[in-house]
Write a protein of this length. Structure first.
Length: 330
């Protein structure tokens, strides 16, 4: 049986796309940014895209949904900000908990920056977990690295999963893949597409995992690859992180120059498929990509949750004979 999902703070669709790949049917995706909503509508006309303020949204009509998912805003917990946590007006965890209580999903998946895993927010995390336990869930969290799931960047993310207690014994976070994908693996064909003579030499330099793509916000940050330290790391990969190019390097560019990534290149580094197109100008597109939960990571976690809801033991090995129920929530 196909499981249903409701997603909040959907952005440009990274998590929703990953959950689709994991076999979930999209009941609705909620997002306030107009460009991101247009991206979702353009790529998936069949999705129920709700352009609304999360604080004004009610989830009672989605009661009994199988999965409630979302990436609530990260500035309250990011080391790049003031880390105000609950004192930050952008903290939407309380709103997420309200919506969970309203729709009573079988499982919850919420992701945020690694900063939420720090000792600074021990009490805050415990408060969230306590609330979820009161709502009948068994919550757990882990910091997952995108590089462990076929994405060519580091990108550590705090991922919280809570499943109804009757499913808890079957849930385990996904294990890392054996092999990593590098920037060269992901981008070489795009870098070489317009005849740049330095492409082969660049490939050797870029045969590493990238630092984390940074999306920025509407108030701060444009279409570049992050703070000074990150730009130095990108330069070691043969990439100029000070901006985003409109086209790939071509034959007019000298062999030893640093290249600038294009929007399609950044999307690949974030794990999006080439046919997923973004709405808005270059900066709006870049922010949608840079702030996304990489689809391959969302897919891996989504599969683990689906196995738990279908009663597949956490030590399941492919080929084992399993008889699982047809429904999760209900």
């Amino acid at each position: 049986m196909t499981l249903s999902a409701l997603e909040i703070c959907a952005g440009g669709g990274g998590q929703a796309l990953g959950l689709e790949g994991a076999g979930y049917e999209c009941s609705a995706v909620l997002e306030i940014d107009a460009y991101a909503c247009q991206t979702l509508r353009d790529n998936r006309p069949n999705w129920n895209v709700l352009e609304a303020d999360l604080k004004e949204f009610e989830a009672k009509s989605f009661r009994g949904i199988d999965l409630f998912a979302g990436g609530v805003p990260c500035p309250p917990f990011s080391v790049a900000g003031k880390q105000l946590g609950a004192d930050d007006e952008r903290d939407l965890f309380p709103t997420a908990l309200r919506l969970i209580s309203e729709c009573e999903p079988a499982a919850v998946m919420l992701e945020n920056v690694r900063g939420l895993a720090s000792s600074r927010f021990d009490d805050y995390r415990k408060g969230i977990m306590t609330q979820l336990v009161k709502l009948g869930y068994e919550p757990s969290w882990q910091v997952l690295y995108a590089k462990d799931f076929g994405v060519p960047q580091l990108r550590p993310r705090f991922v919280l999963v809570a499943v109804k207690q009757k499913f808890a014994e079957n849930f385990a976070f996904p294990l890392p893949l054996e092999n990593e994908c590098t920037v060269a693996d992901a981008l070489y064909d795009l870098v070489a597409a317009h005849g740049w003579e330095g492409a082969f030499a660049w490939r050797r330099k870029a045969d590493k995992v990238a630092p984390t793509i940074v999306g920025g916000s509407k108030k701060h940050g444009g279409a570049d690859l992050g703070p000074t330290r990150a730009k130095r790391q990108w330069a070691e990969l043969g990439v100029d992180g000070k901006g985003i190019a409109n086209t790939p390097p071509d034959s007019s560019m000298e062999k030893d120059h640093l290249i600038r990534l294009t929007i399609p290149m950044v999307a690949r580094i974030q794990g999006f498929p080439d046919d997923w197109k973004f709405s808005g100008g270059k900066t709006a597109q870049y922010r949608q990509i840079g702030n996304a939960f990489p689809p391959p990571v969302a897919k891996a976690v989504g599969v683990s949750i689906q196995q738990a809801l279908h009663g597949i033991p956490r030590n399941y090995q492919e080929g084992d004979q399993i008889d699982f129920p047809l429904a999760a929530n209900g």
